[in-house]
Design a protein around this ligand. Sequence first.
Ligand code: FAD
Ligand code: NAI
Length: 475
Amino acid sequence: MSKSFDVVVIGGGPGGYIAAIRAAQLGFNVACIDEWKNDKGGPAPGGTCTNVGCIPSKALLQSSEHFEHAGHHFAEHGIGLSDLTIDVAKMIGRKNTVVKQNNDGILYLFKKNKVSFFHGRGSFAQAVEGGYEITVAGAATESLTAKQVIVATGSTARALPGAAFDEDKVLSNDGALRIGAVPAKLGVIGSGVIGLEMGSVWRRLGAEVTILEAMPGFLGAADEGVAKEALKAFQKQGLKFEFGVKISKVDTSGAGVLVSYADAKGAEQTLAVDKLIVSIGRVANTTGLNAEAVGLQLDERGAIVVDGDCRTNLPGVWAVGDVVRGPMLAHKAEEEGVAVAERIAGQHGHVDFSIIPWVIYTSPEIAWVGRTEQQLKADGVAYKAGQFPFMANGRARALGDTTGFVKFLADAKTDEILGVHIVGPYASELISEAVVAMAFKASAEDIARICHAHPSLSEATKEAALAVDKRTLNF
Ligand code: FAD
Ligand code: NAI
C-alpha cells in the first residue's frame, strides 16, 4: 500500500529539509526521504552540509584556530603556555558531536513540524494519476505517492581522472575531515574554497601544506584586491601555492602519495606528500534517483535542468540546491527550498540570486556580496570604490587581528551599492549588513549615515562606505 502525501522531498540536506519544513508550515502533508547513515547505520539528515561540509569544517577550523592562537598569539596577551599539545582524536570526536547535534536537531524539527521522515534511498518508480510514485529503499521498502516532488539530492566531490578517492591517502572533503593524525606533508589539489579551508586546518595543526592550482591566478571569483590581500596573508602563514599546474599522475603505490605535474613553465615536477586532498569542485548527484523512469531532464553534467523558479521539465517536480545550476552553497539551497514550498502553495517565492553572499572561513575570513571590481569594469559600469583597513579600526587592534579591509563599490551616479568585499576578522558576520543594504537597494551614503556601535568591526564597514565619498574619519 502506498502512503500518500501532498509533497515528497527527496534529500534531507539544507535544500531538502528546509523545503520540507516550509511546506509543512504552509499546511501540506509532507514526507522527506534521506539516505545518509551515521556510523551506527542510523539516520543522519542534514546532507553534505551537516555531515561532511559546512558544519564539521567549521568545527575543525575553530579547533585549529584555538591551537594556532594558543601557540602563536597568546604570548602577546601575556598568557604563557609551556606544554601545548593537540589530541587529534579528541578534536575529531568533538567535531562528530557537533555534527550529531545538528542531525538530531533536524529530526526534532521534522517531528515538531509533522514532517514524515523516511530513511533510505528515494527513487522515481513511475508517474501516476495526478502525481508520482516514489520508492524508498531503506531497512524496508516503502512506496509513497505525491502530487508534488522536490528533488534536493545535492552533490558529490569530483575526483581527478585516474585518482579515485580512497579516503586514506587520496581524500575528498569526507576524508579531509577525519584525518587521524596530523600529516607531516599534505598536498591539496585546487585552491578553491575547500582547499583553502581544509589546507588551513591542517597547516595550523602543523602540517606542511602545498596547494597545486590549475588556474594561473588565485581565487578568480573574488574581488582582485581581496584575493591579493588574502594570498599574501596565507603565504605569510606558511601555506605554499603553485599556480598554473597540470596534474599528470597521482601515484599511491608507495608509502605516501607522489603527484606528478607540469608547472606553469611546463617543466615536469613531483610533489611527495603523506596525504592528498582533492578539492577541484563538485558534481550534481542524481545517482539512484531513477530520473529516466519519469523522463526527468538532466544536463550534460548530470545536473537537473530547472528554470529560474526551480521547475523541472515535469509538472509538479521541482529541484533545488547543489543538484541544479547556481552556486553550491547551503544558504542558496535553503532559499530555493523555501521559495519552492511557497510556489507550491500558490505564493510568490523569490530568491534574489544577485545578492547571495559568499564566505570563506579561513583566517583572515573572506566574504563578499554583489559584483567585484573586475566584473564592473567588464560590464562597463561607472563605479566609485571606497576601502577601509582593519589596521585603523580600534576593535580589530584590540582583537589583535588587523589584517585586511572592507571595500565598497557603488554606482558612480546613483551611489547604489553594487558590491561589498571583505577580507579580515569576522568577515562572515560583517557581510550580512551589506546583504541587507543591497536587498533594500541602499546607497553607500545610507550606510555612512547609520550609527554603528563603537568599538566594533562594523565601524570598518561604515568607514568604507564613507570612503566611497572620500571622507573617512579614522583613516
Ligand atoms: P546536500 O547537502 O548534498 O544534501 C543532499 C542529501 O540528499 C544528502 O543527505 C544525500 O544523502 C541525500 N540523497 C541524495 N540522493 C538521494 C536519494 N536518491 N534518496 C535519498 N536521499 C538522497 N556551503 C555554505 O554555504 N557554507 C559553507 O561553509 C560550506 N562549507 C562546505 C564545506 C565542505 C567541505 C563542503 C563539501 C561543502 C560546503 N558547503 C558550504 C556547500 C554545502 O554543503 C552545499 O551547498 C549544501 O550542502 C547543498 O545542499 P543540498 O541540500 O542541495 O545538498
Ligand atoms: P571550488 O570550485 O571552490 O575550487 C576548485 C578549484 O580547483 C578551482 O580553483 C579550480 O581552478 C581548481 N581545479 C579544478 N580542476 C583542477 C585540476 N585538475 N588541477 C588543479 N586545480 C584544479 O571547489 P571546491 O573547493 O572543491 O569546493 C566545492 C564547492 O563547495 C565550492 O565551490 C562551494 O560551492 C562549496 N563550498 C563552500 C564553502 C563555503 O561556503 N565556505 C566551503 C567549502 C565548499
